[in-house]
Design a binder for this molecule. Structure first.
Ligand SMILES: Cc1ncc(COP(=O)(O)O)c(C=O)c1O
Length: 390
């Protein structure tokens, strides 16, 4: 029987019969691995004796992280790689070919949008944008040559929750594969494969490693899909080194506990902000005012440690952020330290948005990633900083 998530996060991928008897997995610092004789090399090459050969292909420490993540997500196989962006890039580059049509959501991490409209489009792939949480927009965007739909849930920064089951059902009918960037959900809060998604990607830099000290990514799917992505990945590189793989493994061991705390504290912070007169609007999936709270409650078991809220103007957002004393002013999310950013400064409006007056990001939007500090201290800090903009 499959073990529960906390047990899996600690034990999955870690063999009890390992030669060295240390409790933590060994950090194997090797760029290449030797063969005792040429027979052994031959057996490895004809695949009768699969084992490590070269660091770009396999590494025993990285293999533990891959197995652990596959079991956490309920996937057949996983590729752990150098960043979340690399995971997205290598997956798109492997599956798409010139003439294909790629669908992406209108709200995604801005570098993912850049990757698709820049590098991927340059290879002759047509890109269309699907409106977030609009199944009609998805249905009408699918064409004969549509191959993939890449979307996030919850999205960055408004935490819109996409109905994975409904999306998968529309896409399967038209033979379109679905790739879900579930970084903001994490395997504790949402499991897209259970709803029929083809591929799940996480930036492990966030909740999974969880300590703001390592960049990593993971691709999770069926064996056949992972095998085919792995071929290109072995050629291009983008591997995670053994030391970073170890940091990821260490982070994964406490990840369900950390997320449970972050879910609980952030929900309380969301309620506090929603009732505060200085806050114009709060975006958090469990709030009744959130446009997708129904889907969120059906699909997610917790709502994560990120909350976005609108303070009305950029000036007020700046003043508020500067008045906080606990969170660092920094990009990223999901780690032990709380991080905060006035979002319209990180992702400024485009020329088109300025011309049309229609902005995707509110000028006063603040994104807060709640860390593992005491809830009472965070609430006191937020109360104090909100006084500065009242
Ligand atoms: C939703 C999402 N996906 C992917 C990425 C990219 O991950 P990484 O920074 O590990 O390359 C980010 C980074 O912020 C993100 O927020």
């Amino acid at each position: 029987m499959q073990k529960r998530i906390r047990t899996r996060s600690i034990h999955s991928g870690e063999k009890k019969d390992r030669a060295n008897r240390g409790i933590p997995p060994a950090v194997v610092l090797a760029s290449t691995f030797f063969f005792k004789n040429v027979d052994e090399l031959e057996r490895h090459k004809d695949k009768s004796d699969p084992r490590e050969e070269y660091g770009r292909y396999q590494n025993p420490t990285r293999a533990v992280a891959e197995q652990k993540l596959a079991e956490l997500e309920g996937a057949e196989d996983a590729i752990v790689c150098s960043s979340g962006m690399y995971a997205i890039a290598i997956t798109l580059l492997r599956i798409l070919k010139p003439g294909d049509h790629l669908l992406i959501l209108d709200e995604m991490y801005h570098r993912t949008e850049d990757l698709c409209s820049g590098l991927i489009a340059k290879f002759g792939v047509e890109i269309s944008i699907v409106e977030s949480c609009n199944l009609e927009s998805l249905r009408s965007s699918i064409k004969e040559n549509t191959r993939l739909f890449l979307f996030e849930t919850p999205t960055n920064p408004h935490l819109y929750v996409q109905d994975i089951e409904a999306i998968v059902s529309i896409c399967k009918e038209r033979k379109v594969k679905t790739i879900v960037d579930a970084t903001f959900g994490s395997p504790v809060n949402v499991q897209p494969l259970k709803f029929g998604a083809d591929i799940v990607i996480h930036s492990c830099t966030k909740y999974l490693a969880g300590h703001n000290d390592v960049l990593a990514g993971v691709i999770l799917s069926r064996k056949s899909i992972i095998e085919s992505i792995r071929e290109l990945h072995f050629t291009i590189g983008g591997t995670l080194d053994a030391h970073s793989s170890y940091l990821l493994i260490r982070g994964l061991k406490t990840f369900p506990l950390r997320i449970a705390h972050q879910n609980a504290v952030t929900e309380e912070i969301a309620l506090f902000l929603a009732s505060h007169p200085a806050v114009k609007k709060v975006f958090y999936p469990s709030l009744p005012s959130h446009p997708n709270s129904g889907v969120a409650k059906r699909q997610m078991s917790g709502f994560g440690g990120v909350i976005s809220f609108d303070l009305g103007t950029k000036k007020r957002a700046k003043k508020f952020v500067d008045a906080l004393s606990i969170p660092y002013i920094a990009s990223s999310l999901g780690g032990t330290e709380s991080l905060v950013i006035p979002y319209s400064i990180v992702v400024p409006p485009t020329i088109q948005e300025v011309e049309t007056g229609k902005f995707k990001i509110e000028a006063g939007l603040v994104r807060l990633s709640v860390g593992l500090e005491d809830k009472e201290d965070l609430l006191e800090d937020l109360t104090h900083a909100l006084k500065a903009v009242q």
